[in-house]
Each structure stands twice: as structure tokens, then as C-alpha cells.
Design a protein around this ligand. Structure first.
Ligand SMILES: N[C@@H](CCC(=O)N[C@@H](CS)C(=O)NCC(=O)O)C(=O)O
Length: 201
């Protein structure tokens, strides 16, 4: 299988960590993708031109990260990082949705700066996205956080990737005033070596 991704993508990092904790890393080669390059073949593989995109050996293409995670969990036997059912499953999926949503809001702020010249930037839009990140981080810090395990569930993996992206692009400003999350991320990093191994660069 081929994973289209980039070293900075937090959504791609979700998949790299998933592959590692499920013991599937040797079944996938990562092919570097430049989503800004109109000549990059990613646009033929995924009309949205986004990473992560997974190309299966039979020619099937899977996206986005949530679909790829489901596929890989099934491939590994099922119920490994996506709990099979009940409260645990929906807690993990909802945490994935919240952490994905924070990533989306963070990425939109970066794209506003990347795609618009300074005089055309819309501060109200940037602030609107920044408030989503702040509310998400505060609510997570105030809630019970998932137990740390060597094979974490998809909620934990996504949360770690989101915090890692905020460290990478926003100088770790989220850390101030959110000690529970800071402690949680340090424990996650200790328990899951794939987190440090996939640090964005
Ligand atoms: N919902 C998607 C989001 C993926 C996404 O936003 N990827 C970014 C990189 S982190 C991307 O490819 N951006 C290029 C673009 O929007 O054109 C997922 O879960 O995979």
C-alpha cells in the first residue's frame, strides 16, 4: 500500500501512528506529497487533492483519515484502535471529531496567511477559527482525558496529533493554563514511541 502524506500533516500523522501501533507499518510506503503543487499526482488520486490518501494494492483509493483508520483497524482484526461498540466506541469517535475539528480550525488559520496577502486577510475569520481551537482545548483540559495505553484508541491518537500540530505551528501557546492536557500529552509521548518518531518537520 502507498500512503500519500507530508511530514507536516497532522492528519497524515494520525495514519502513521495508527500504522505503527497496529503493527502494519511495513505494509505501507509513504510517498511524499506536495498539496500545493498542481503537478502532484495527488489530484488524480483524490479529487480533493488532500492528504492523507491511501492507495491499496488492488487499485482502490481511500480517504479521508477517518476512513483510512477504519480500514486499517479492520485489517488488523478489528476493535483495536476503534472500540467495537458501546460507550467506549462513541467516546473515542467523538474525541476524534473534536480533535479533527480543532485541527481543521488551526489549519484554516495557516491557509488564510498562506493564500492571502496581508492586506486581504480577514481577521474576523481568523479569530472565528482561533476561538474554536481555544474552546476545544479548554473543554478538553476540563474533562476527563482518555487513559494512556501502548495501543491507544483513535480519540487519543487524534488528540495527540492535534496538540502536536499546535506545538508545531502555534509555538505551543495552548500549553499555558492547560496543565492536564500538557501532562496527558507527555504521558502519551512516553507510552507511544511512534508519536516522537512522526514529529512534524
Ligand atoms: N478531513 C480530512 C482533512 C485532511 C486535510 O485537511 N489535509 C490537509 C493537510 S493536513 C491537506 O491536504 N490540505 C490541502 C488542501 O486543502 O488543499 C482528513 O481527515 O483526512
Amino acid at each position: 500500500m502507498i500512503l500519500r502524506s507530508s511530514p507536516t500533516s497532522p492528519f497524515g500523522r494520525k495514519i502513521k501512528i495508527t500504522l505503527n501501533v497496529l503493527g502494519l507499518a511495513d505494509k505501507v510506503s509513504v510517498v511524499l506529497t506536495d498539496t500545493l503543487d498542481p503537478e502532484d499526482t495527488i489530484r488524480q488520486q483524490n479529487p480533493l487533492g488532500k492528504v492523507p490518501t491511501l492507495l491499496l494494492d488492488d487499485g482502490t483509493t481511500l480517504y479521508d483519515s477517518r476512513v483510512i483508520v477504519e480500514y486499517l483497524d479492520d485489517l488488523a482484526g478489528g476493535g483495536r484502535i476503534l472500540p467495537d461498540g458501546g460507550t467506549e466506541r462513541y467516546r473515542a469517535l467523538t474525541l476524534q471529531s473534536l480533535a479533527d475539528g480543532i485541527m481543521d480550525a488551526a489549519i484554516l488559520q495557516i491557509y488564510e496567511v498562506r493564500f492571502r496577502t496581508e492586506d486581504r486577510r480577514e481577521q474576523k475569520w481568523i479569530d472565528h477559527q482561533a476561538r474554536k481551537v481555544e474552546r476545544g482545548i479548554s473543554s478538553l483540559n476540563a474533562s476527563p482525558l482518555p487513559e494512556i495505553k501502548a495501543v491507544p484508541d483513535i480519540g487519543s491518537i487524534t488528540l495527540a496529533c492535534t496538540l502536536g500540530y499546535l506545538d508545531f505551528r502555534f509555538d505551543g501557546k495552548w500549553r499555558a493554563g492547560h496543565p492536564n492536557l500538557v501532562r496527558w500529552l507527555a504521558s502519551f509521548s512516553d507510552a507511544v514511541p511512534a508519536f516522537a518518531a512522526t514529529e512534524p518537520h
